[in-house]
Design a protein around this ligand. Structure first.
Ligand code: ZN
Length: 465
C-alpha cells in the first residue's frame, strides 16, 4: 500500500476500504452501460467525521475524489473517469430524526429514497419525490443531482424539499446548515450551492427534508388523447377541476406503450383501440378529490379533449397503470439502443416543440423511431429516439452528438432547457458551454475555484473546460 492509502485505511478502517476489483467493478459502470470508469480504491466512510478526514487528506495531497450514492445517475457524474478515488456514501445510511411536529426528517446521504419514503408514510406523512430508481437512488445523490421524477408538478424538484444540509467542504471542513426552519432570511442561502452541484463543490453527508401531509384520497387515470395539444388542454382542465391537486401528469406515445407491451411481462394495453398518445394522471388530497378528478375527466371526454379513460378502481390496477409508465426506460433498453434527451420547454410549447424536433431528427436520421415520454405536467420530456430493429448499434449511437445538438438547438429556440432533471455530468458539459451565457459559465467557474481550489472534487464534471 502507498503511504496515502495507508493513511486513508487508518481513517475508515477495514470495513470502509476496498482495493478489490470485484467489489469496485459495479461502482464503475452506470446502469445503461453508457459510461465505464476506473478506480484503484473504494472508500466507504460510515460517519461525517470520516468523510471530513478523507477530504482534509485529499486536499492536502491534491488527490481527486468522485462521490457516489446509489449509482443511478444518467449523465456520468458519479463515475470516476480518471482513476480517482471513489467515495461511496452508502454506509452513511441513518435517518437521524423524524420530526412529525415540524413535518421534516433528517436523513444521511446514503439513505435509499424508498426507505425514507416508507418511514415518512409510517408517520402518516409524505416524502414527495418519487422516481423509477427510488429503490436504489440515495438522498445525497438525489440532492447533488437535484433529481426530479413524477411528483414535481405538485411538490417541486429535490431542491424544493431541502430545508438544510450538512456538507463536507473540499478541505475537510464541515458546513452544518441542518436547520429545519421554514423561514431563515439571513443572507446567502449557502445550501443552494451544493444542490445540483453534482459533488463538485462539496460532499453532502446529510439533509433535512420537508414532509407533507399524506393524502387521504388518491385517484389515478390512464387517458387516450389524439394529440399533445389536447393533452395540455386536459392538464389545464384537471388542474381547474381539482383546484391544483394533480400530483402527476405523464405523457406516453403509442410507440412507447408498444415497447412496454412487447418487453415487460404482464403489461396490458388498457384500451381495445390504439391511440397515438396517452396520459397517465393522478390527483391526491383530502376526501372529495377523487370525485372532482372524475368530473374533470368526464367533462374532458364530453368536450373531445380525451378519447378514452380508465380510472384505477383498486391499488393493483393503479400499480399496473403506473407500471406502463415506469417501465418505459427498461422497455427501451430491452428494445435496443436509443438516442436520449432530457429536455424541458414551457408546457404551452410542448406540442409545437415535439412536431418540430421530430421532423428535424427525421430529416437527419430517417430510421430513428421517436419515443417521447415524460413529465408533460412540468414541461419535461424524455425525448428519445430508438434504433430500428436489426440496425448496427455502434453506427446508430455515433449520431449521439449531432442528434443532441439538433434537438437542443430547437429546445433553445423554445426557451427550454437541455437538461431538465438529469443534470450535466460529463454528458452535457459541451451543451452547457453552448447554451449558457458567458456570465453564467464564468460565475460557475468562480464558485468552483473558491470552494475547491485544488480541483479534487469530481473533476471533469459539470463545468466545461
Ligand atoms: Zn424523468
Amino acid at each position: 500500500m502507498t503511504p496515502l492509502f495507508e493513511q486513508l485505511h487508518a481513517i475508515v478502517g477495514p470495513k470502509g476500504f476496498s482495493t478489490d476489483p470485484a467489489e469496485i467493478a459495479p461502482h464503475l459502470e452506470e446502469w445503461r452501460s453508457k459510461y465505464t470508469g476506473a478506480s484503484p480504491l473504494l472508500l466507504k466512510p460510515a460517519t461525517t467525521q470520516e468523510v471530513s478526514a478523507i477530504l482534509a487528506l485529499c486536499h492536502q495531497t491534491g488527490t481527486a475524489v468522485v462521490p457516489q450514492g446509489g449509482n443511478t445517475g444518467l449523465v456520468g457524474a458519479q463515475i470516476p473517469f480518471h482513476n480517482e478515488i471513489l467515495l461511496s456514501l452508502a454506509r452513511l445510511n441513518q435517518i437521524r430524526v423524524v420530526d412529525v411536529h415540524n413535518s421534516c426528517l433528517i436523513a444521511e446521504a446514503g439513505v435509499v429514497l424508498a426507505a425514507a419514503q416508507s418511514l415518512a408514510d409510517d408517520n402518516s406523512l409524505l416524502l414527495a419525490p418519487s422516481l423509477a430508481s427510488e429503490g436504489s437512488a440515495m438522498i445525497g445523490g438525489l440532492i447533488s443531482s437535484n433529481a426530479g421524477g413524477v411528483n414535481v408538478l405538485r411538490y417541486g424538484m429535490m431542491r424544493e424539499q431541502v430545508l438544510g444540509l450538512e456538507v463536507v467542504l473540499a478541505d475537510g471542513r464541515i458546513l452544518n446548515t441542518l436547520r429545519t426552519l421554514r423561514k431563515d432570511n439571513t443572507g446567502y442561502d449557502l445550501k443552494q450551492l451544493f444542490i445540483g452541484a453534482e459533488g463538485t463543490l462539496g460532499i453532502i453527508t446529510a439533509a433535512a427534508l420537508k414532509l407533507f401531509p399524506k393524502p387521504s384520497e388518491r385517484a389515478t387515470a390512464f387517458v387516450a388523447v389524439s394529440n399533445v395539444n389536447k393533452a395540455t388542454a386536459l392538464l389545464a382542465r384537471l388542474q381547474k377541476h381539482t383546484n391544483g391537486l394533480l400530483n402527476a401528469f405523464e405523457l406516453l406515445a403509442r410507440a412507447g406503450l408498444e415497447l412496454v407491451l412487447r418487453h415487460i411481462p404482464g403489461s396490458k394495453d388498457p384500451f381495445a383501440v390504439p391511440s397515438p398518445w396517452y396520459v397517465l394522471c393522478e390527483a391526491s388530497g383530502i376526501a372529495g378529490v377523487e370525485a372532482a378528478f372524475q368530473a374533470g375527466l368526464e367533462s374532458a371526454l364530453e368536450d373531445g379533449l380525451a378519447d378514452n379513460i380508465v380510472i384505477a378502481s383498486s391499488e393493483s390496477q393503479r400499480a399496473a397503470l403506473w407500471r406502463l409508465r415506469e417501465a418505459m426506460s427498461e422497455a427501451q433498453k430491452l428494445e435496443g439502443p436509443s438516442l436520449k434527451h432530457d429536455i424541458s420547454v414551457p408546457v404551452s410549447a410542448a406540442a409545437a416543440f415535439i412536431d418540430k424536433a421530430i421532423a428535424a431528427v427525421a430529416a437527419h436520421l430517417p430510421s430513428a423511431r421517436a419515443v417521447p415520454f415524460g413529465h408533460l405536467g412540468d414541461g419535461n420530456l424524455h425525448f428519445n429516439f430508438q434504433m430500428e430493429q436489426g440496425a448496427d448499434p455502434q453506427s446508430y449511437l455515433a449520431h449521439w452528438d449531432d442528434i443532441q445538438q439538433i434537438v437542443h438547438d430547437i429546445v433553445q429556440e423554445f426557451g427550454g432547457s437541455f437538461s431538465a432533471e438529469h443534470g450535466v455530468g460529463v454528458m452535457k458539459r459541451a451543451a452547457l458551454k453552448r447554451y449558457k451565457s458567458t456570465v453564467e459559465v464564468d460565475l460557475m467557474r468562480l464558485l468552483k475555484q473558491s470552494l475547491d481550489p485544488k480541483a479534487i472534487l469530481n473533476p471533469g464534471k459539470l463545468i466545461p473546460d
